[in-house]
Design a protein around this ligand. Structure first.
Ligand code: COA
Length: 256
């Protein structure tokens, strides 16, 4: 992959680093394609249990879609452009393993949308989040108008999208866009992932699926939750979790 570093630590953690620092990691068609391939591969790889996504360099997580693609795009191609990015970002959101964004600088436009497609976000104190598309005469197209209000509420999302003004890491934490702010965002994201991975992999997978169902109306979401709760009890990990608790020892989950 030309624009993405794929690095495993031998203990279940995969770090994906978008690697175009000279263009502030802007999302070219090549980056989108590399993200598609990397998440597909990671999903199928049993040795990968959790993923960290970050950007190369000191300045940017991702400074947005690559604007050099925009001037001659046209309506029909723009729609396909949005659909392609949305499909890749939905694949990230639908990963059965936890995905944490370590936002080490600006996350603007498609960068903010990419962070939103991850399950959790950790930011460095200098990180900035924004949807500046309106200042370019367009609107977000990689899910920003849908995922941002779901994460921060429609009021804050409306302000961010209509003004185009970015917010800093602390404000992002206040509004729930960021889970943690830490000087070393990547290391804090790894710590977060390690603490998640102490739990049963099947429980994590089923939890992520149940959380996605919270986009549905409540009654449908509750039915979905009950079905997944049933599936959890079909695993050996559920027996191990309860038995370990009753025996006063740490559980040894096997992901079955
Ligand atoms: N698309 C394409 N290239 C981008 C880019 C983007 N979204 N963001 C930055 N770059 C490029 C710049 O063109 C520049 O390339 P060059 O050195 O070949 O001229 C390089 O990355 C460095 O960016 P630069 O603007 O010089 O850095 P800066 O520190 O002065 O400013 C930003 C940083 C993030 C404020 C500024 O780059 C910016 O506003 N980027 C666009 C953000 C945006 O609107 N994103 C949403 C797109 S929908």
């Amino acid at each position: 992959m030309d624009t993405l570093r794929y690095e495993t630590d031998g203990a279940g953690l995969l770090t994906l680093t978008i690697d175009r620092p000279d263009k502030l990691n802007a999302l070219s068609a090549g980056v989108i394609s590399d993200l598609d391939d990397a998440f597909r591969e990671a999903s199928a790889d049993d040795d990968v249990r959790g993923l960290l996504l970050t950007g190369a360099g000191e300045k940017a997580f991702v400074a947005g879609a690559d604007i050099s693609q925009f001037p001659d795009l046209g309506a029909a191609a723009a729609r396909r452009f949005a659909e392609r990015g949305q499909a890749v970002f939905s694949q990230i959101e639908q990963m059965p393993k936890p995905v944490v964004a370590a936002v080490n600088g600006v996350a603007l436009g498609g960068g903010c949308e990419l962070a939103l497609a991850c399950h959790l976000r950790v930011a460095s104190p200098s990180a900035q989040f924004g949807q500046p598309e309106a200042s370019l005469g367009i609107i977000p197209g990689y899910g920003g108008t849908q995922r941002l209000p779901r994460v921060v509420g429609r009021g804050v999302a409306t302000e961010m999208i209509l003004t185009g003004d970015p917010i800093g890491a602390e404000r992002a934490r206040e509004v729930g866009l960021v889970n943690r702010v830490a000087a070393d965002a990547a290391e804090a994201a790894r710590e977060l992932l390690r603490s998640i991975l102490e739990n049963g992999p099947e429980a994590i997978r089923l939890s992520l699926e149940a959380l996605r169902a919270s986009d549905q109306p409540l009654e449908a979401g509750l039915r979905h939750e009950a079905a997944l709760f049933g599936q959890a009890f079909a695993t050996d990990d559920a027996t191990e979790g309860a038995t370990a608790f009753l025996e006063g020892r740490e559980p040894a989950f096997e992901g079955r």
